[in-house]
Design a protein around this ligand. Structure first.
Ligand SMILES: *Cc1c(COP(=O)(O)O)cnc(C)c1O
Length: 429
C-alpha cells in the first residue's frame, strides 16, 4: 500500500487542470450530482463532514414521499397495503446493508440508534463472571461509547476502574500501536470478557485490524464487538469472515441517511440459535408467523432480527433506503478504490501547501491504516483556522483539543474540491 501511495503522489499535481482531469477519468464522478450541497456565497461548499452528517441524496425526498402518500391513502392498512408494506419494511434494508459491512443478510438488522444497539448487544455479549469481567477498549473512545461501557460495567456490579482496560497512544503519539492491544489482551487474558473498540477511531481516523484483534480476543476466551460508526460505508469490512461477534453503527455519517436516522446492528450467525443468550426482548424480535397471536411466550427469530424490540421507524428507514440504494449501485469495492486515491490526493495537497508554509500542519492519521478521513493538527493556528475555513466555504469539523478532521467522500467529493481546499488553505496559513 505504501508503494501504491508513493506512486500515486509522484504523479499528482497541485493544479486545477490536473484535478479536473482526475474528475473526468473518475467513473464514480456522476454520483456527486445526486446529492444536495449546502451553499456558501451561492457556490457549493467543500463538504468534509460526511463523517459526521452525510449529505442528503436528492432521491431521499421521493422515498419519504412514497411512505407519506401511502400513510395518507391507507392509514393503518399501510402495514400491509403500502407499496413497500411497513410490516416488513426493515427487510428491504438488510441485504444492501449486509454487503456494505461484509455480513450475511440474516446477520444484519437496521434498528434503534447506535448507542441503544451497543447496550442491547452488550446485554447479550458482555456477561461478566467474578473471574472474567474486563472489557478492553480504546482510551478516549467516543464519549457515548465510554458512557455505555462504564454503565454496563456498573450495571453488573463492577467498578470501571477495575473492569475497563483502556489502551491509549504512547506518550507523544497520536494513535494506538496495535502491538499494545495484543500485549494487553495477553496480559489480561484470564480476566477478559469482551473487547469493544471503535473499528475506525473517530478522532484520529485510525483503522484497526479487526480481523487480527478478533482472532486474538477469541484466543484469549473473550468475545469481540466493534463500534463501526466511522467504519460502515467508509472502509472494507468482512464482519462475517472475520468472525466478529457483534457490531453496531449509525447511518447518518458515511451512510447519508439523515440526522438521527435508524442504526445498524450485526450479530454473527454463530449466535443466532443460542437460546441461552440473555437478551432484552420485544415483540419485533418474536417469530414472524406467530407475532400477531399475541402469545406471552417469546419465540426468538433465529437471525439478527431477534434483537429488535419495536416496530420499525419507517420514515427514517425510507431515508436510509434511498442512500443504501445508491451504495448498492456504486458498490463498495469501487467506492473504496476511489476513496484511497481521493485521500491520497488530499494528503498530497495538504503536504504541498504545508511545505510552502513552514510545515505547521501535522496529519495524525496513520498512512497505512486509514479510511477517507484525515485528522490534522494545525500547530499555532488551532480553532481560528477551522473557523476561517468555514468562512471560506470549506466545512471540516473541529474536535477538542486541537484537531481538524477532513473526510473526502468518494460518492460526492471531487478532486477539484480538494484542489480548491488547497488554494483556500494556502491563503489562510
Ligand atoms: C457518532 C458516534 C456515536 C453517536 O451515537 P448515537 O447513539 O448515534 O447518538 C457513538 N459512537 C461513535 C464511535 C460515534 O462515532
Amino acid at each position: 500500500m505504501a508503494t501504491m501511495q508513493n506512486t500515486l503522489s509522484s504523479v499528482f499535481k497541485n493544479e486545477l487542470e490536473f484535478a479536473r482531469e482526475m474528475d473526468r477519468k473518475d467513473s464514480l464522478n456522476h454520483y456527486r450530482s445526486r446529492f444536495l450541497f449546502p451553499l456558501h456565497n451561492n457556490e457549493e461548499v467543500v463538504y468534509f463532514t460526511g463523517n459526521s452528517l452525510g449529505l442528503q441524496p436528492k432521491s431521499t425526498k421521493d422515498y419519504l414521499q412514497q411512505e407519506l402518500n401511502d400513510w395518507a391513502k391507507f392509514g393503518v392498512e399501510g402495514h400491509f397495503l403500502a407499496k413497500n408494506p411497513w410490516l416488513s419494511y426493515h427487510e428491504l434494508l438488510s441485504t444492501k446493508m449486509a454487503k456494505i459491512v461484509g455480513a450475511l443478510p440474516e446477520e444484519t438488522v437496521m434498528m434503534n440508534q447506535l448507542t441503544v444497539n451497543l447496550h442491547l448487544l452488550m446485554v447479550s455479549f458482555y456477561r461478566p463472571t467474578a473471574k472474567r469481567f474486563k472489557i478492553l477498549c480504546e482510551a478516549k473512545a467516543f464519549p457515548s461509547d465510554q458512557y455505555a461501557l462504564q454503565s454496563q460495567v456498573k450495571f453488573h456490579g463492577f467498578h470501571p476502574k477495575d473492569a475497563l482496560v483502556e489502551i491509549e497512544p504512547r506518550t507523544g503519539e497520536y494513535h494506538i500501536r496495535e502491538e499494545d492491544i495484543y500485549a494487553a489482551i495477553e496480559q489480561h487474558k484470564d480476566s477478559l470478557a469482551l473487547i469493544m473498540i471503535g473499528g475506525v477511531n473517530y478522532f484520529s481516523g485510525q483503522v484497526f485490524d479487526m480481523k487480527s484483534i478478533t482472532r486474538a480476543g477469541h484466543a484469549a476466551g473473550a468475545l469481540v464487538g466493534f463500534d463501526l460508526a466511522h467504519g460502515a460505508g467508509n472502509i472494507e469490512l468482512q464482519l462475517h469472515d472475520w468472525n466478529v461477534d457483534f457490531a453496531a453503527w449509525c447511518s447518518y455519517k458515511y451512510l447519508n441517511s439523515g440526522p438521527g436516522s435508524v442504526a445498524g446492528a450485526f450479530v454473527h450467525k454463530n449466535h443466532h440459535n443460542n437460546l441461552d443468550l440473555p437478551m432484552f426482548a420485544g415483540w419485533w424480535g418474536h417469530d414472524k408467523k406467530t407475532r400477531f397471536l399475541m402469545d406471552s411466550t417469546f419465540v426468538p427469530i433465529p437471525t439478527a432480527e431477534r434483537w429488535q424490540l419495536s416496530n420499525a421507524p419507517v420514515l427514517s428507514m425510507a431515508a436510509c433506503r434511498a442512500s443504501l440504494d445508491i451504495f448498492d449501485e456504486a458498490g463498495m469495492p469501487a467506492l473504496i478504490q476511489k476513496s484511497k486515491t481521493l485521500v491520497a490526493y488530499l494528503e498530497f495537497i495538504i503536504e504541498d501547501i504545508n511545505a510552502q508554509k513552514g510545515n505547521c500542519l501535522q496529519i495524525i492519521t496513520p498512512k497505512e491504516r486509514r479510511g477517507c478521513q484525515l485528522s490534522i493538527v494545525a500547530n499555532g493556528y488551532g480553532k481560528a483556522l477551522y473557523q476561517s475555513l468555514i468562512d471560506h466555504g470549506v466545512i471540516p469539523d473541529w474536535r477538542e483539543p486541537n484537531v481538524i478532521r477532513c473526510a473526502a467522500i468518494p460518492l460526492y467529493t471531487s478532486f477539484e474540491d480538494l484542489y480548491r481546499f488547497g488554494q483556500i488553505l494556502r491563503k489562510l496559513l
